[in-house]
Design a protein around this ligand. Structure first.
Ligand code: PMP
Length: 385
């Protein structure tokens, strides 16, 4: 028997939440081509402009020539090749940790960690605005699942004080993916230490971007030694794809034994690992990328404030403009598109009801003229609104 799915699809339409991938006909960069039209691209997470860097591309091509296109197996069978091992060592050194372990995606890394470490006797404490993969990982683990008010260390403290769980794991985004603000990591570490909890940070949007060497939120906020588990993704600041978890040797051994999303999946292609090795070195060394990004962020924020737009307090490359209703967010995104600018409207359930927004992301691949073009288009919308 086939399921009747049409009602679900119609309901999605009715809510203005029907989504579809657009077909990109260009690499992910400063510009994007869709349906033969060229746009300035303010949607990607390629914050440092490394996804199309010639040296990173050359590393990928050379490694594909040497290692082939597919790894052929999971890490524990015969898919763990020399470039994977080298990258794990480089990521551990970059993040100042004993060891690091590669996962094929950040989504899988988060599910893997939480299901490997937690069970029914345990409890997980999550910021309300955590990424979907962290929420799913917490639920899948079977641990008692608690959410606390966004960035509220006191609320977390109250929950932890009442908990009698065997293991208490506190999990937050380092940089929140839809708001762009940063977790108050020192305050959260205080609360964790006070209550015997372990702290895990998903730094998907901080790695490469924050700290003078791109080591991410933990270094930027001086809490690396106080954070037991770091998850970082490779598909954003580092411009490639995949993810890693970094921590103590014991943590990594535990993940190798028990993280099902590590054990039962094909290792990422070695060429991705080799390309990441180069992009990681560039991200660390080429601080001019972060400096340019900071200039663009400041320029955008100043301009947007002058236009009276509602920003969300973020100083990272994620610069959401709060709009409110789903329809208005979609209309604004469409109006910008007609002016040659690609900016995504983010709607519930990705963000809370009534908080639909335009998620502007800036990249070192942009120029000041690109930011000015976006601001000029937004000012027209403001006038005609
Ligand atoms: N965590 C956060 C905070 C993210 O924004 C994302 C990606 N959107 C992920 C995890 C998942 O990473 P990946 O895309 O590598 O699966």
């Amino acid at each position: 028997m086939t399921f009747d799915l049409s009602a679900d699809l119609e309901e999605r339409h009715r809510q203005h939440r029907y989504r579809q991938p657009q077909i990109m006909e260009s690499p992910c960069g400063r510009h994007a081509v869709v349906n033969g039209q060229r746009y300035l691209n303010f949607c990607s997470n390629d914050y440092l402009g490394l996804a199309n860097d010639p040296e990173v591309i050359a590393a990928f091509q050379n490694a594909a020539g040497e290692w082939g296109v597919g790894s052929g197996a999971s890490h524990l069978v015969c898919g763990h090749q020399r470039p994977h091992q080298d990258l794990e060592e480089a990521l551990a050194a970059h993040t100042g940790r004993e060891r690091a372990l590669l996962f094929s995606t950040g989504y899988m890394a988060n599910l893997g960690v939480m299901t490997a470490l937690l069970g029914k006797a345990d409890a997980v404490f999550e910021d309300r605005l955590n990424h979907a993969s962290l929420l799913d990982g917490g639920l899948l683990s079977g641990a008692r699942f608690r959410r606390f008010a966004h960035n509220d260390a006191d609320a977390l403290n109250r929950l932890l004080q009442r908990s009698e769980a065997r293991r208490k794991l506190v999990v937050v985004d380092g940089v929140f993916s839809m708001d762009g603000d940063e977790a108050p990591l020192a305050a959260l570490a205080d609360v964790c230490e006070h209550n015997g909890a372990c702290l895990m940070v998903d730094d998907a949007h901080g790695l490469g971007v924050l700290d003078e060497k791109g080591r991410g939120s933990l270094f930027a906020q001086g809490v690396n030694e106080r954070t037991q588990i770091l998850m970082g993704t490779l598909g954003k600041g580092l411009g490639t794809g995949g993810a890693f978890v970094a921590g103590s040797a014991e943590l990594i051994e535990t993940l190798i034994q028990f993280a099902r999303t590590y054990i039962y999946t094909t290792a990422m292609p070695a060429a991705v690992a080799a390309a990441t090795q180069v992009s990681l070195a560039k991200a660390r060394r080429e601080s001019h990328r972060r400096e340019k990004l900071a200039t663009l962020i400041a320029r955008f924020r100043d301009g947007a404030r002058q236009l009276g737009l509602t920003l969300m307090g973020s100083t990272t490359p994620i610069q959401p403009i709060l709009v409110g209703s789903d329809e208005q967010a979609l209309a604004l995104s469409q109006a910008l598109r007609e002016q040659g600018l690609l900016v995504t409207a983010i709607r519930p359930p990705t963000v809370p009801e009534g908080q639909a927004r335009l998620r502007v992301t800036l990249s070192a691949a942009h120029d000041t003229a690109d930011v000015d073009a976006l601001l000029a288009a937004l000012s027209q919308y403001q006038e005609t609104d």
